[in-house]
Design a protein around this ligand. Structure first.
Ligand code: B3K
Ligand code: ZN
Length: 844
């Protein structure tokens, strides 16, 4: 495999005017006939006619009707092409039944489906499989299959065939085909200009009852994109299909979104509140791609953040509008720190717009997606809401139909606002999380905040110039009143001071409100100030952050110095959670604790070697201390926040459930599981059932419930995924690898289904104390399964290698164990390019 560089981009020598495809479906020998109109591209430097193709069995190839013999070269074919418009025709044979990589055309649960992003279309037929080649597609599907779908609007159909036409020029990565015995959940939507669009969610027989929520989410997304971004849907039909075997969450194919069934199917009995919220976000995300991704796509894969960062930003805005904006912001920042900061501070760090890659599938990362979204948020903060709206309007009018770049995107903002964004662009080009430190000074009514920024080196990038950082601050007076409402400071220098005049007393600063930039804030502060902010800050994010910092300091002192749980922290938290004036969702979030991974990184940053076992024990001690200190409050909250109304997965009910379930988790530490067992026995929804099950397992009292849960749900694949992961996630450190290993021998385990693989091996990696247990059993178990999965499914294997990305934080014994496993994986004969790239980068 070769390294591809951004600087080497050149346009393709030809444009594609039209694509006609015919599929003759057969599980092991599908025939694909293509007829493609090419014209010389006047903007291209040369006329090299190369078409991608992988694992294709050639049947015939023609140019303008004459049979030709193309030269087979690495990754495709090449041939001499005319200087004038011409028609290329080919017939190839492919084997969907043997396609375990789930890329290209494959079969999942008896149904044909495709996944073409990023480079899967080349596994279907010969084509210039690059996003800057856009064309209208006409598709005919032939087969003895009840439902046969492709992109665009339906054309003729009859027994054994269906035709589709997609008038919107698109790159091949947005091509999709689905065929199978499917049932639909239909609906319609009337767009802002009065057009009626048919909507369907297609599922396997038996799953019809799990579509209603997804359909509502789709309609809400369509309305929201019209209202907030002025974007109307542009076809007569919008189809969503649920597929059981899928490498990621979902895919935005034009007019035919394909979803991992876990990201669309939901009923109260089988899905948790968190599942519902995630489904709402992913449905919105894929729908929003219709404009940010499909109508305007990416010139090349280096520009991936152009569509992904923007679309994640849009789906976050949507969820903030549908639910609670502060809660969504806090959840997003928790996820950003857990996944993106971790990535950005390790061997896999890369810019939001990378300069090179080996396997593009390895760059669908938290950095491209979540940090990419943060950059849009910063841009909006810097230019203001009105200018952001103007810039987006300009983006849609100027670039509709284009395969665009980050330069195009920034130019739109420059043109709409008159600002120079060259310094801002560093956020796209430089990897690493800036560290922002702050000191302050007060005298004569004048308060000064001085910031310093520094970004540590990342692989291949040693020196980093200062970035522009929007720092939202507010100031509170000693009595808790706000003396300066949120103000955005624009930091552009390595060190910069900002002054505030006319103050009567030294204020308490609230810095980085709303997490206005993806930086690590080093702000030395004391417990009293943090408790003060937790009680008085008007910015909900920073109130949460203050509580989080209190917990973090308390835990670090426990781990490092063997300190007892800090009474100040317990007091401040107790005051908050028993205050019924406070939003229950906020209280539930405040009851969350820093993750084991965050504690490990924090210790490492402070020059200590993290001990995963000690981290786990400190967390257990603190949870026990909280349970004892809050016993009466927890008892009251549990009773008070039971939901009597029929189950609804909305923000209000799920907030009540999360607070009640946090109370239950505390009470389980004191009553040995009586309450959790009662809840498990009487639960009528998955949120209640699963939280009770996990509390019981944590308490070591889960055996009976685990057995009953399996009996109850063995017919439901998605619920059985939960059954696998809940046992591993809640196993004690010395039993985690053993539990996971036993489950990999369960008859319901299979490495062929990515959801089941993630539910088992992924759950192992997300239980840090268990995964990093000194025995090394966790490492070995994961490595064994990565080695087994790689020949079948390189993409999911490569993705899961990230479990090892933090290895250099740990002690030399653990490092040696991990290094040995990494070398063992790397030495596997015929290891995929995907996994080879990941392991090589992780080894550094
Ligand atoms: N664009 C797809 C991701 C494709 C991943 C390819 N390995 C889903 C999304 O971001 O919406
Ligand atoms: Zn996306």
């Amino acid at each position: 495999p070769q390294t591809v560089y951004l600087k080497d981009y050149t346009p393709f020598g030809f444009t594609v005017d039209e694509v006609e495809l015919t599929f003759r479906l057969a599980p092991s020998a599908t025939r694909v006939l293509s007829k493609i109109r090419f014209s010389p591209n006047p903007d291209a430097p040369d006329r090299h006619f190369f078409l991608h193709g992988e694992n294709l069995k050639p049947v015939s190839t023609r140019i303008d009707g004459a049979e030709i013999t193309p030269r087979h070269v690495e990754g495709g074919i090449e041939m001499d092409a005319p200087d004038t418009p011409f028609t290329f025709e080919a017939e190839v044979e492919i084997d969907p039944a043997a396609n375990t990589a789930l890329e290209g055309l494959y079969i999942s649960g008896g149904m044909y489906c495709t996944q073409c992003e990023a480079e899967g279309f080349r596994k279907i037929t010969w084509y210039p499989d690059r996003p800057d080649v856009m064309a209208p597609f006409s598709v005919r599907i032939e087969g003895d299959v009840p439902v046969m779908l492709s992109n665009g609007n339906p054309g003729a159909s009859g027994p054994g065939f269906a035709e589709w036409h997609d008038p919107w020029p698109k790159p091949a990565y947005l091509f999709a085909l689905v065929a199978g015995d499917l049932r639909n959940h239909p609906d319609t939507f009337t767009t802002m200009s009065g057009k009626t669009v048919d909507l369907n969610i297609w599922v396997r027989p038996g799953d019809e009852g799990k579509c209603a929520f997804g359909m509502e989410a789709l309609k809400k997304s369509m309305t929201w994109d019209e209202k907030v971004y002025g974007r109307e849907y542009d076809l007569d039909l919008f189809n969503i299909v649920a597929v059981d075997d899928f490498n990621m969450g979902a895919m935005e194919n034009k007019g035919l979104n394909i979803f991992n069934s876990s990201c669309v199917l939901a009923s109260p009995e089988t899905a948790t509140d968190a599942n519902f919220e995630r489904i709402e976000a992913i449905i919105a995300h894929e729908y929003f791609h219709n404009w940010t991704g499909n109508r305007i796509t990416c010139r090349d894969w280096f520009q991936l953040c152009l569509k992904e960062g923007l679309t994640v930003f849009r789906d976050s805005q949507f969820i903030a509008d549908m639910r609670s904006a502060p809660v969504k912001r806090i959840e997003d920042v928790i996820a950003l720190r857990a996944r993106q900061f971790r990535e950005d501070n390790g061997p896999l760090a890369h810019p939001v717009r990378p300069q090179s890659f080996v396997e593009i599938n390895n760059f669908y990362t938290a950095t491209v997606y979540e940090k990419g979204a943060e950059l849009i948020g910063m841009l909006k903060t810097l230019v203001g809401d009105a200018a952001y709206a103007r810039a987006l309007d300009l983006y849609f009018t100027r670039h509709d139909g284009d395969a665009a770049t980050i330069e195009d995107w920034l130019k739109v903002f420059e043109d709409a606002t008159g600002r120079d964004l060259s310094q801002f662009k560093r956020w796209y080009d430089d990897a690493g999380t800036p560290r922002l430190s702050v000191s302050d000074d007060f005298g004569d009514g004048r308060y000064t905040l001085t910031f310093r920024q520094h970004t540590p080196p990342t692989p291949g990038q040693s020196d980093k110039a200062p970035r522009v950082i929007p720092i939202a601050v507010g100031l509170l007076g000693p009595n808790g009143d706000e003396v300066l409402p949120t103000t955005v400071l624009e930091m552009t220098e390595p060190e910069q001071s900002f002054t505030f005049d006319g103050l009567t007393a030294k204020p308490v600063p609230s810095i980085l409100r709303g997490f206005s930039a993806p930086v690590i804030l080093d702000h030395a502060s004391d417990n009293a100030t943090r408790a003060f902010l937790l009680a008085h800050d008007t910015d909900p994010f920073n109130r949460w952050q203050a509580g989080h910092d209190l917990a973090l300091d308390c835990l670090i002192a426990m781990i490092r110095d063997g300190a007892a749980p800090d009474a100040g922290y317990l007091d401040a938290l107790h005051r908050l959670i028993r205050d019924d004036e406070q939003d229950p969702a906020f209280r539930a979030l405040a009851l969350g604790l820093p993750s084991q991974d965050e504690l490990a990184q924090t210790l490492h940053d402070h020059g200590h070697t993290p001990d995963p076992q000690a981290i786990w024990e400190a967390l257990e001690t603190l949870k026990q201390a909280r349970a004892q200190a809050f016993h009466d409050t927890a008892t009251r909250l549990y009773a008070q926040y039971q939901v009597d109304a029929p189950y609804a997965p909305d923000a209000t009910q799920s907030a009540a459930r999360s607070l009640a379930n946090a109370a239950m988790a505390m009470l389980t530490r004191l009553d040995g599981g009586t309450l959790a067992q009662k809840q498990f026995d009487s639960a009528d929804n998955m949120t209640q059932q699963l939280s009770a099950l996990s509390a019981l397992i944590s308490a070591g009292r889960g055996d009976d419930a685990v057995r009953r849960f399996h009996e109850q749900w063995n017919h439901d694949r998605l619920v059985i995924d939960k059954w696998f992961s809940v046992q591993i996630a809640n196993a004690p450190p010395d039993k985690t690898a053993e539990t996971a290993e036993t489950l990999t021998r369960h008859p319901d385990f299979t490495i062929r289904n990515p959801n089941r693989f993630r539910a088992t091996l992924g759950a192992l990696t997300m239980n840090p104390a268990g995964f990093h247990h000194a025995s090394g059993k966790g490492y070995a178990l994961l490595a064994d399964h990565l080695i087994a999965l790689d020949p079948l499914n390189p993409q999911t294997t490569a993705r899961m290698c990230t479990a090892f990305e933090t290895w250099r934080r740990y002690d030399s014994d653990r490092q040696a164990l991990i290094e040995a496993e990494l070398h063992r994986i790397l030495a596997t004969p015929n290891l995929s390019g995907d996994t080879t790239e990941m392991i090589t980068r992780i080894l550094g």
